[in-house]
Design a protein around this ligand. Structure first.
Ligand code: PNS
Length: 161
């Protein structure tokens, strides 16, 4: 069984993430979307909120699970019996960082393959930071985030503004 991990911050999940989840679910037997608990980052949404939002958008995918993890991705992948990491790539600007992460992860665990999915060009400009920036200043993010979580995201952004 081919189990892929799709790790990320998902602070918050966007339509770009959802597109990768949708496509990965058709390539792999099982996809585990996992939110990184990073004590060094100051996320807007708590781990619980990010996991809940992801769960809301994957209800129609029987082979997609949502989880969270802390520590090294290689250790988490081992624990989940997975040797595949899926990442989305938008522009060349993502490439350098993702290339470094993929190589370091393979150095730490030679079994681990990182597979990149090119973003759908409709989402190449999209990021969680852009969504937060637009939403906090009252811009329309309804076409940037999954409709199931739009209200939750807007509520939080209004509290912040
Ligand atoms: O959505 P993001 O912030 O680009 O996701 C980054 C993530 C979670 C994929 C990355 O930070 C990660 O894999 N962290 C786990 C820690 C780890 O394994 N580090 C070693 C490789 S750099």
């Amino acid at each position: 069984m081919k189990i892929a991990i799709y790790p990320g911050s998902f602070d918050p999940v966007t339509n770009g993430h959802k597109d990768i989840i949708d496509r990965a679910s058709r390539v792999f037997d099982k996809v585990i979307v996992s939110v990184l608990e990073n004590p060094r980052k100051q996320p807007l949404f708590s781990i619980g909120e990010r996991v809940e939002m992801l769960k809301m958008i994957v209800t129609s995918y029987p082979n997609v699970e949502v989880d969270s993890f802390e520590g090294l991705l290689i250790d988490y992948a081992k624990q989940k019996n997975s040797s595949i990491v899926v990442k989305g790539l938008r522009a060349m600007s993502d490439f350098e960082f993702e290339f470094q992460m993929a190589l370091i992860n393979r150095k730490l665990d030679s079994r681990l393959e990182t597979m990149f999915m090119m973003t759908n060009n409709r989402f190449s400009f999209l990021s969680s930071s852009i969504v937060k920036e637009i939403g906090i200043y009252g811009g329309d993010i309804s076409e940037l985030v999954p409709c199931e979580v739009y209200n939750i995201i807007m509520r939080k952004l209004r509290e912040e503004s």
